[in-house]
Design a protein around this ligand. Structure first.
Ligand SMILES: NC(=O)c1ccc[n+]([C@@H]2O[C@H](COP(=O)([O-])OP(=O)(O)OC[C@H]3O[C@@H](n4cnc5c(N)ncnc54)[C@H](OP(=O)(O)O)[C@@H]3O)[C@@H](O)[C@H]2O)c1
Length: 280
């Protein structure tokens, strides 16, 4: 294993934390960067960019929701000799018109460094760490995707895929779509969460329920309508087909939503009393 550090951007977040943990398990030296990370890094403070990049051999790159990947950061990485960039992206971004992630992919592909893109389906961890957590605690989740089946995937598996890609050869210039082992509708997924957590979780798959839940959070109507259109496009794609990319890359079966949920419930993540209104 090389002794050159592998830079993990967003290393305190749901995805980055798991990438760093799997890299360490493989014996790779990790440079864990974020505003609160071991190495300070802020997308909005260019003074933090060079120190995190200098001397890094490879990089796991993600940008938090709402923040674009800055092309200058990726160009600086290439200038400083970062030899391979693994970008966290998302499934169906063309259909959904996710310009932020489309641009991020484009920037990385044109950077001149080797790249690999991970196009990940819905994270399982949305339900306990991410944007669905408050909704699960409140017992109501609204996402306007109707009964379309989605490829919920465990971030621990994604972290392992990323760590493998960052430490092995043969992945340059490839985009991998990552799903879990089954496709489930949100109704089915919420039923699993309900069963293992002991908390009732009612799912609403229609657009009006989503509009009402988002308006109650104070989001502007324009932003809500953009989401509604993106989710309509996702719905139009129909059921997701589960893929074998994760088991092929990590050499073991991908974890099911039920396995994820049972472990998350056992850790007590849904025991807290609800404090917030429903929000996807
Ligand atoms: N949710 C899904 O189902 C899904 C599916 C596919 C793809 N994605 C994509 O995955 C990404 C989100 O990943 P995640 O869930 O791991 O995110 P997350 O848990 O919200 O973590 C965000 C990370 O970014 C850091 N961060 C926040 N603001 C920052 C700033 N200004 N400068 C530098 N670092 C900053 C945070 O740490 P500090 O606070 O310490 O800075 C944290 O480490 C998004 O791009 C999303 O589009 C999501």
């Amino acid at each position: 294993m090389s002794t050159t550090p592998i830079l993990v951007i967003g290393a305190t977040g749901s995805a980055g934390r798991r990438v760093a943990a799997h890299l360490r398990k493989l014996g790779a030296p990790v440079r864990a960067a974020s505003r609160r990370g071991a190495v300070p890094f802020d997308w909005h403070d260019r003074g933090t960019w060079e120190p995190v990049l200098r001397g890094a051999g490879r990089m796991f790159l993600m940008a938090p929701d709402g923040i674009p990947v800055d092309p200058d950061f990726v160009a600086l990485a290439a200038d400083l000799g970062v030899g391979h960039v693994v970008l966290l992206s998302s499934r169906a971004i063309e259909a959904m018109g996710d310009q932020r992630l489309l641009d991020a992919e484009d920037i990385v592909k044109k950077s001149g460094t080797a790249w690999t893109i991970l196009r990940v389906d819905w994270f399982d961890q949305n339900f306990d760490e991410g944007p669905f957590r408050a909704s699960v605690l409140a017992g109501e989740l609204a996402v306007p995707v109707g009964d379309c089946r989605q490829g919920f995937v465990d971030l621990d598996d994604v972290g392992e895929v990323a760590a493998r890609v960052l430490t092995e050869t043969g992945h340059a210039g490839r985009s991998y779509e990552l799903t879990g082992p089954q496709a489930l509708s949100f109704h089915e997924a919420c039923a699993v969460i309900e069963e293992v957590s002991g908390r009732p979780v009612r799912f609403h798959g229609g657009e009006d329920a989503y509009r009402a839940a988002q308006a109650a959070l104070g989001r502007p109507a324009e932003a809500i309508e953009r989401d509604v259109a993106a989710f309509a496009a996702l719905r139009a794609l129909g059921d997701t087909e589960p893929l074998d990319t994760v088991p092929r890359l990590i050499g073991r079966p991908a974890r099911s939503l039920r396995e994820y949920a049972a472990a998350a419930a056992a850790g007590g993540c849904w025991r807290r009393t609800p404090g917030a209104a429903a929000t996807p």
